[in-house]
Design a protein around this ligand. Structure first.
Ligand code: TNX
Length: 521
């Protein structure tokens, strides 16, 4: 019997189907991405593979009034790799659209959003532009990682289907960059802003002055920057931001829905100021310049009126160029300031911050000075009992959590990490993720926690590559702890989601640490 060609083909095809390896039919390969893969994990996410949305050259971005800035930002994200025009329009009028809508939804607060991806369009709804911006960060993760490429990629662009309802656990999710130990130029700070914004980080704390360098122009004390800014750790080149450059960084951060918190550390960590201006020392003699990495040796002169003139001038000028509500006044490791002097200093300085319309934040040592309930102590110790921090929380202060043994991005991953320090801990990706801000400090529970911040001290950090290597992949973990519900916390699930982020980092040019704890793709 001769089989016709058609019959033969049919037999071969059905045989091939039977012969398919069991793994391919029983467990289809995990998709590259979906609504349940987003980092930080959303409050709720329901995937629907039948409702994928395709971006095409005809797709438009339809934006409500008040959503224009986020729409332009989204267009800027999607255009380089797609090459599509993606015009921003008020109404889609029949064209396939990504719609950005402002509404009133009591479930999602000021930073939450609802994202619906269907075959005929994507709808992102929030109560504020901040919420839309955070929703856009989820939306971009639903596209192939090639969307992060800087040049046109010829391929299809499918947004993974489904719905997300999402809002943050804590109001503050921050990153700190120490630009004092090593200086980073405005463009480097902006690059870091873009990198952290994608994980819904909403504050950037800039550590602007320390023993080794002063980094912000103060017009009434001009040599702080022009002389005190010349140095950096180990004799490396210094630098400073003019007030115009600082304002530009602040505006750039605002365009990424990030608030800048400037820090002038005092009464310790002040050698750069005291080597520049002799009158800031009790004996009227300038101290020598220092670029080593000792801490705790410097102190402003607590008994001198000039000290408070200096502080007020700095606070006034900084407050005038800082739209955010907080000024950070440091206060850590003031080992050369006697406790009574520390108290006297804090009680004089904190009202100066209030006088210029700002709220005080500072390292948790400020809690010893009975700060007002509006002040936010930033906890950096290892957890457990801390009477003054607990007392501040009991008086109504919220506490920002930056435990050095979990959240410090300058800690080495393991003994072989070429950068960083190890005084607090070695922090592998899992350690950096496995902690809970609401059960860290006795007496500071869920409602007393302002949020989390991941500080990056830069004694050993010199370049943007160095910043990226220490922040990635740990910063997304801290961001997730700050954003995602406690109930989503699960290392095994997280490490799988984290692995799927790495092609995005590669496309963005981020120099990340390939932790052996994660099965990178
Ligand atoms: C401690 S903890 C510091 C910084 C250092 C850092 C290095 C704290 C508030 N201060 O002065 O840069 O350790 O890890």
């Amino acid at each position: 019997m001769r089989l016709s060609r058609a019959v033969l083909t049919a037999v071969v095809v059905s045989l091939a189907a039977v012969a398919m390896p069991a793994s391919a039919t029983a467990a289809p390969a995990a998709p590259e991405r979906g609504v349940t893969d987003v980092v930080p994990a959303p409050v709720s996410a329901k995937a629907d593979p039948k409702s994928d949305f395709r971006l095409t050259p005809f797709t438009v971005i339809a934006a409500d009034r008040g959503a224009g800035q986020v729409a332009d930002y989204l267009r800027g994200l999607l255009r380089p790799a797609t090459g599509y025009p993606l015009p921003v329009v008020p109404h889609a009028v029949g064209l396939p659209a990504i719609s950005l809508r402002l509404g009133h939804d009591a479930r999602i607060g000021t930073e939450g959003y609802e994202l619906k991806v269907a075959r005929d369009g994507v709808t992102l709804t929030a109560n504020t532009a901040d919420g839309l911006f955070e929703g856009v960060q989820s939306l971009r993760q639903l596209l192939p990682s090639a969307i992060e490429a800087k040049r046109v990629q010829h391929r299809t662009w499918t947004v993974a289907g489904g719905t997300i309802l999402d809002y943050p656990r804590f109001a503050d999710r921050g990153a700190m960059l120490d630009v004092a130990r090593h200086f980073f130029k405005p463009d480097q700070v902006k690059l870091y802003i873009d990198q952290i914004a994608q994980y819904k980080v909403n504050t950037l704390h800039l550590h602007l002055a320390d023993d080794q360098g002063w980094r912000i122009e103060i017009k009434s004390w001009p040599k702080l920057a022009t002389v005190g800014g010349l140095t950096a750790v180990d004799g490396d080149p210094g630098g400073y931001y003019t007030q115009a450059q600082y304002k530009d960084i602040v505006a750039y951060a605002a365009s990424r829905h990030i608030t800048v918190i400037p820090e002038i550390d005092m009464p310790g960590h002040t050698n750069a100021a005291q080597s520049t201006y002799a009158e800031l020392n009790c004996d009227g003699k300038a101290v020598p310049v220092r670029t080593d990495t000792e801490v705790g040796y410097s102190s402003l002169c607590i008994s001198s009126p000039i000290t408070y003139k200096f502080v007020e001038d700095v606070v006034r000028e900084l407050a005038a160029i800082t739209p955010g509500p907080f000024l950070h006044i440091g206060g850590d490791e003031a080992h050369s300031t006697p406790p009574a002097d520390y108290l006297a200093f804090e009680q004089k300085v904190q009202p100066i911050v209030a006088k210029y319309g700002k709220r005080v934040t500072g390292w948790h040592e400020i809690a010893k000075s009975n700060p007002p309930a509006s002040a936010v102590p930033q906890y950096w110790d290892f957890g457990g009992d801390n009477a003054s921090v607990a007392a501040a929380a009991a008086r109504g202060s919220k506490i920002l959590m930056s435990p050095a043994n979990y959240a410090y991005l300058d800690m080495k991953y393991d003994p072989s990490t070429p950068l960083g320090q190890d005084w607090a801990a070695l922090i592998e990706v899992r350690n950096g993720y496995d902690w809970d801000p609401a059960s860290l400090v006795t007496g500071v529970g869920e409602n007393q926690v302002a949020g989390v911040e991941a500080p990056l001290w830069t004694e050993t950090i010199r370049t943007s590559d160095d910043i990226e290597y220490m922040a990635f992949p740990r910063l997304p973990g801290i961001a997730e702890i700050g954003w995602s519900p406690r109930a989503t916390h699960n290392w095994d699930a997280y490490r799988t989601r984290l692995a799927k982020q790495s092609p995005r980092w590669t496309a963005q040019g981020i120099n990340f640490y390939r932790s052996p704890q994660v099965d990178w793709r």
